[in-house]
Ligand binder design. Structure first.
Ligand code: ADQ
Length: 489
């Protein structure tokens, strides 16, 4: 991979995302413990090394007192992080409410639960007001730390208002916005009461990026159909001003995973896992415990496979690692109980005194253990109902140099567009099809596995997180220069 021309290697970059890449835990009045948090955005941006980057975001904790705020600001500064302090009410209305209860399900084509529908409709206005207010609070911190020439890169559905807040303050700021989730069909976006305000706010950016061409197309259609603007091959035009819209598929820091496999501690974990599961094929799921990941559907498909293939029952094990997120949202609590109940039922049905078919862990794994698990896996199951990209599928492929295992991948994950040639693509809603694909994966010949693996490995190792970030920033720089030239003409 060659760095695009014109990019200054140490360009200052302000990365603004709802969450900082660390979570803060209070240890005393003025002492804090910082912990790296799990999640796709964090994993991808940790791979970005070529910029003088600073992170601006919320540390995931309410800090009402000045002493605590000062101490946390100082601790975070060592990690090049700058906090935005949000109080409990704002977090409730903006984060749990508007972001997680409205935008997240909508962008993933999941309707609201029936009992929440009316309540959400009623509280919509106050949640939207809190969303605008929170975005303004992020903008205030950006303004304080901005230096001329900085690139400001806003991330995700939490901060759709941020480009507007920043550009209203300083129209010369270089502002990019990238969405990590899918952007839904314009017919879905149309149902959102604040559909136009959100689109207009995003269009204030110079460059708007998505994981796939489809999401970019949906966004442009929403702007043309809802706002009546003109869509061009370059983006969206409004009274002579162009907002560039394009696809920038994210990747991972593949070298980090490949190198980790050489670490003695990882090799030790690999040895232990191989002994532990000797004589059985290992299937793996690694997800945040979220509705979009299709975890119940995956487990039901595995049950169907066991039901129909009795000879496999004591020869295969499914390891499902599900890190809990958004644990104070009732819908997520319900999902956790649902998954536990299904796993318990299936283990009761197919387990023996010495073995169970499903090992389900509700926790995050450290990086070395995760790499070891990826390396010993025969079949990875990624069955998201919708997923912007899905980096777990990339991480699995990066760790499979020795084993050349099979990836079963949902056609509704953005990754299906990049890893589709090597993976077995499935519709996660069709558990009969997923069960059949499990059989196909377990029986696949070594030649076919190898062929499929190389197709994916070549992609994962060439389309990295670093390339993703550098391409986005370089395109943002170019877009701004072109816009300046156009206005001079
Ligand atoms: P996520 O929904 O978080 O990201 P994903 O892309 O799969 O989904 O990334 C998850 C990350 O968290 C991976 O790096 C994975 O290793 C880590 N992780 C998950 N479960 C874990 C566990 N139990 N223990 C340890 N680590 C765990 C969002 C979008 C995705 C998009 C990314 C990046 O929803 O579609 O790919 O952002 O844009």
């Amino acid at each position: 991979y060659e760095r695009p021309e014109g990019i200054s290697v140490r360009q200052r970059l302000l990365v603004v995302a709802n969450r900082l890449p660390v979570s803060a835990v209070r240890r005393g009045e003025d002492s804090w413990y910082l912990e790296i948090s799990a999640g796709g955005l964090v994993s991808a941006l940790l791979g970005v090394k070529e910029f003088e980057a600073r992170w601006i975001g919320w540390a995931g904790v309410n800090v009402p007192d000045e002493i605590g705020q000062k101490a946390l600001t100082k601790a975070l500064a060592e990690k090049r992080c700058i906090p935005v302090f949000l109080d409990e009410e704002i977090v409730h209305q903006y984060y749990n409410g508007y972001c997680n209860n409205i935008l997240w399900p909508l962008f993933h084509y999941l309707g609201l639960p029936q009992e929440d529908r009316l309540a959400t409709t009623r509280s919509f206005q106050s949640q939207f007001a809190a969303y605008e207010k929170a975005n303004q609070m992020f903008a205030d911190v950006v303004k304080k730390h901005y230096e001329e020439g900085d690139v400001v890169w806003c991330h995700d559905y939490h901060l759709m208002f941020l480009p507007k807040c920043l550009k209203e303050h300083n129209s010369n700021m270089k502002v990019g916005w990238f969405l990590h989730t899918p952007f839904p069909s314009s017919e879905i976006h149309r149902t959102l009461p604040s559909r136009s305000e959100l689109l207009r706010a995003v269009l204030a950016a110079d460059l708007v990026g998505f994981h796939t061409y489809d999401y970019a197309r949906h966004f442009v259609s929403a702007c043309t159909r809802i706002l009546g603007l003109e869509g061009t091959p370059e983006g969206v035009e409004d009274q002579g001003r162009l907002t560039r819209v394009a696809a920038f598929p994210i990747g991972i820091d593949s070298e980090r995973f490949i190198r980790a496999l050489e670490v003695p501690q990882v090799q030790e974990h690999i040895k232990e896992l191989k002994e532990r599961f000797a004589g059985r094929k290992v299937m793996l799921g690694v997800d945040r415990l979220d509705m979009i990941k299709g975890i119940p559907q995956k487990i039901l498909a595995f049950e169907k496979f066991l039901e129909e293939n009795s000879t496999w029952r004591d020869k295969v094990v499914l390891l499902q690692i599900a890190v809990p997120t958004r644990t104070d949202v009732p819908e997520y609590q319900k999902l956790t109980s649902q998954v536990h109940e299904i796993v318990g039922r299936i283990n009761g049905r197919f387990g023996t005194l010495t073995t169970v078919p499903i090992h389900h862990l509700d926790r995050s794994l450290d990086f070395h253990k995760l790499c070891a698990l990826y390396a010993v896996t025969d079949v990875a199951l990624v069955t998201s109902l919708r997923d912007g990209m899905n980096l777990v599928s990339y991480e699995f492929v990066a760790c499979q140099d020795a084993k050349k295992g099979v990836l079963i991948l949902s056609e509704f994950a953005g990754a299906a567009q990049s890893l589709g040639a090597g993976a077995i693509l499935v519709n996660p809603w069709n558990i009969t099809e997923v069960a059949a694909s499990i059989g196909q994966a377990l029986d696949m010949s070594a030649e076919e596995r190898e062929k499929r693996h190389w197709l994916n490995f070549a992609h994962v190792t060439t389309h990295t997180a670093q390339e993703w970030a550098e391409t986005f920033v370089s395109e943002l720089n170019d877009t701004v220069v072109e816009a300046q030239l156009r206005t001079r003409q």
